[in-house]
Design a binder for this molecule. Structure first.
Ligand code: 2HA
Ligand code: ZN
Length: 271
């Protein structure tokens, strides 16, 4: 059996959480990541017959039975993952009953997965229904994205349009736009269901005055989506109070989307 601490998926979780902490997006216990793993690859590092303990997930996820995820722990700090991955991360498999998580590794202090597990697993189900290759769901509190939530209308079309205007590459990176939820109580099945509903349409979902969710086929895609929104939001916050002299026009966004061959939300432009 190979050493789990050298597994590429554990190393990726360590590097990504450290990176997000350093960017200032994940203060204290803010943020969480879930990453669906290949059972054969996990089998190189763990005896997958050995279940450490069982933890109820609090809802039914029949379509995820047998799926294995590495997930950040509840109350754990992104800052600390790199120093003690086994305490701050866990590898879980959804049991036959579809409502229990079998702990295969991690949460070594008796802990459990993020309180946002419903939003994560429901988002995985939603993304997999539109993209069978989806693997990563990521939640974060990026500073400028959050700041923008207080001064910009929380409307999907308007928010996406403003973000697209802020960097030339935005419409190419997230042509599907950004879904938006109003402020809602976090950590609940309701916010999970609302997030998943949006995830059928968007890879990015803003949680009003809380943060953002990103989904992708790998860590780079999920991270890159959030990173690009955050960059655009930063430009917005640096310029929103100044007179706007120039802007990227809608016709230019069409030019970009067509040149790069992306399927974009035409209804989010004002043509
Ligand atoms: O887990 O970010 O939304 C900490 C959070 C909750
Ligand atoms: Zn949060």
């Amino acid at each position: 059996m190979k050493n789990i601490l050298t597994a590429p998926f554990v190393v990726e979780m360590m590097k990504t959480t450290a990176n997000m902490y350093r960017l200032g997006w994940d203060e204290r216990n803010g943020g969480n990541i879930s990453y669906m793993l290949d059972p054969a690859e996990v089998g190189e590092y763990l005896d997958t017959e050995k279940v450490i303990r069982e933890i109820p997930i609090g809802f039914d996820a029949p379509s995820l039975v047998g799926k294995i995820f590495i997930v950040t722990g509840t109350g754990k700090y992104f800052k600390n993952v790199e120093d003690d991955p086994e305490r701050n991360l866990g590898i879980i498999r959804i049991a036959e009953d579809g409502r229990t998580a079998e702990l295969l590794w991690g949460y070594s202090d008796g802990g459990r997965f993020t309180s946002e597990l419903p939003a994560h697993l429901m988002s995985h189900i939603a993304r997999l229904s539109v993209d069978p290759e989806n693997r990563v769901v990521m939640h974060s509190h990026p500073t400028h994205t959050l700041a923008m939530n207080y001064v910009h209308e929380l409307d999907e079309k308007k928010l996406t349009h403003t973000l697209w205007e802020m960097c030339t590459e935005c419409i190419v990176v997230f042509p599907d736009g950004v879904g938006v939820l109003p402020w809602m109580l976090c950590g609940t099945n309701s916010i999970g269901e609302a997030t998943a509903e949006k995830m059928k349409e968007f890879r990015l979902v803003v949680w009003g005055m809380h943060g953002i969710y990103g989904a992708g086929r790998n860590m780079d895609e999920a991270f890159g989506l959030i990173e690009t929104v955050e960059k655009a939001a930063e430009i917005y916050m640096l310029t929103a109070h100044l007179p706007r002299i120039n802007t990227i026009k809608d016709e230019e966004m069409v030019e970009l989307a067509e040149f790069f061959g992306v399927k974009y939300r035409k209804d989010f432009l004002n043509l």
